[in-house]
Design a protein around this ligand. Structure first.
Ligand code: NIG
Ligand code: FE
Length: 419
């Protein structure tokens, strides 16, 4: 018998999220979280070997003298959170823009004046590799302590071939050097840098940068900030079509600040995920559902933009769009690393139930980063990434906010963080 390296047992509640690995949960399926009372999970060599009630798992004979046992009595066990939309790789910060925002200066106006994303492009370009990695590493450690065990990370604060290549290289290095698994996305189309028109920069990305990024095989996804005044639907379509030819998987920032047909484009190109979607049209929502595009919703960004505009998550779920949640962690529109905060905002302002929010932050998020075979649920054969939450029941997770509900983080069967 090959014994488990780790046994978590006696969890008051264990949300396995089982049964959604083949296709993302949608509609009423988003409420099916595979709950087990008095739950247990056994992990060997980083992978889950048994899941069930404590009695069932113990009867399976997984426990030997070497097996580390942790009781989750009085606690809730879930898969690790997956954060499928972040811009966490950068140097510097933008707290100087707070006063502008409070005076009502719009986000895109700050960008137009050379601030916003372009300000972080400057601070990132001026930083050494070590500075960027040290600052990003601290944010990743905060993410881990709040339960994130996998995160997508976008480039996009470089905006030249060399700087974008550097960003993707640093994402790869950080993936190897710290605990959270990172999924790299190329997002050269994040802003138009000074000295270019939108068309010139779009051509540069298509004719030069994308080819080089593809040749070096440094990114899995390609993403575009599709927004009037940044990259139009037409430019976004050109960039994403080229990326598809080069075998990138696709994502899009769509309909964040204005309704411009971003969701419709996402459906037309059958992207893996369309993100933001605050202003998505009725037709756009129906089109996303029809093509099975995942809506990655970012309520911390809505909260931080302070305009009381949130994505129409209930309509999306009714229409059959699979919904995932992410932090959008970035120095401008969402300076946070906290998935628990996102879950709270998702329940209060997107009107998700706690069950739907958990689905959105685990198995649907795994689909949004193309990793649903490995993570996102507690099922035999999957990576042993899970959380022991210091909460008495699932409602407590979004209900109590502003402090960390995460008691223990387990990554590939090893305790990597304890409160
Ligand atoms: O998803 N909208 C574009 N990109 C980011 C913001 C990045 C920044 O402000 O630095 C977002 O919100
Ligand atoms: Fe974003």
């Amino acid at each position: 018998m090959q014994y488990a390296d780790l046994l978590i047992h006696s969890a008051d509640l264990m949300a396995t999220m089982r049964g959604h690995s083949g296709c993302p949960a949608f509609g009423e399926g988003m409420s099916e979280i595979g709950l087990i009372k008095d739950g247990a999970v056994a992990i060997r060599e980083g992978k889950i070997t048994a899941v069930g009630t404590t009695e069932e798992v113990l009867a399976g004979g997984w426990v030997g003298s070497e097996t580390i046992q942790i009781s989750a009595k009085g606690k809730v066990v879930t898969p690790g959170f997956i954060d499928p939309h972040t811009h966490v790789l950068y140097a510097g910060s933008r707290e100087n823009e707070l006063s502008l925002k409070l005076k009502g200066v719009p986000y895109l106006e700050i960008l137009k004046q050379g601030g916003g994303i372009l300000s972080t492009v400057r601070s990132t370009q001026q930083a050494t590799d070590e500075e960027i990695k040290a600052q990003t590493g601290r944010r990743l450690q905060t993410m881990l302590s709040q339960g994130t065990t996998m995160a997508e990370v976008k480039s996009g604060y470089g905006l030249t071939l060399d700087e974008e290549m550097r960003a993707l290289r640093l994402i790869k290095e950080l993936d190897n050097e710290q605990v959270i698994d990172l999924v790299p996305t190329f997002m050269g189309a994040h802003a138009v840098p000074p000295g270019y028109t939108e068309e010139e920069f779009t051509n540069y990305l298509i004719e030069d940068v994308l080819l080089q990024i593809a040749a070096h095989d440094q990114a899995e996804f390609c993403d575009v900030f599709c927004e009037p005044g940044v990259f139009s639907v037409n430019s976004s379509e050109r960039i994403l079509t080229k990326a598809k030819e080069l075998h990138f998987k696709l994502k899009i920032h769509a309909d964040e600040l204005a309704a411009a047909g971003g969701a419709e484009l996402a459906a037309k190109l059958k992207v893996v995920s369309a993100d933001h979607l605050l202003q998505a049209s009725d037709e756009g929502i129906v089109a996303l559902a029809k093509q099975g595009v995942i809506a990655v919703l970012l309520p911390a960004t809505s909260f931080n933009l302070a305009k009381n505009t949130y994505a129409r998550a209930r309509e999306m779920i009714s229409a059959g769009v699979p919904v995932a949640l992410a932090t959008d962690s970035n120095p401008g529109s969402s300076p946070t690393e906290s998935m628990p905060l996102v879950l709270t905002l998702a329940c209060l302002y997107l009107r998700l139930t706690p069950e739907e929010a958990l689905t959105a932050a685990t198995i649907n998020a795994a689909h949004a980063v193309g990793r649903s075979n490995q993570v996102g649920s507690l099922e035999v054969g999957k990576q042993g990434d899970l959380l022991i939450l210091d909460i008495p029941n699932l409602n407590y997770l979004p209900y109590h906010f502003g402090s960390n509900p995460v008691g223990t983080v387990i990554k590939r069967g090893r305790v990597v963080w304890n409160s």
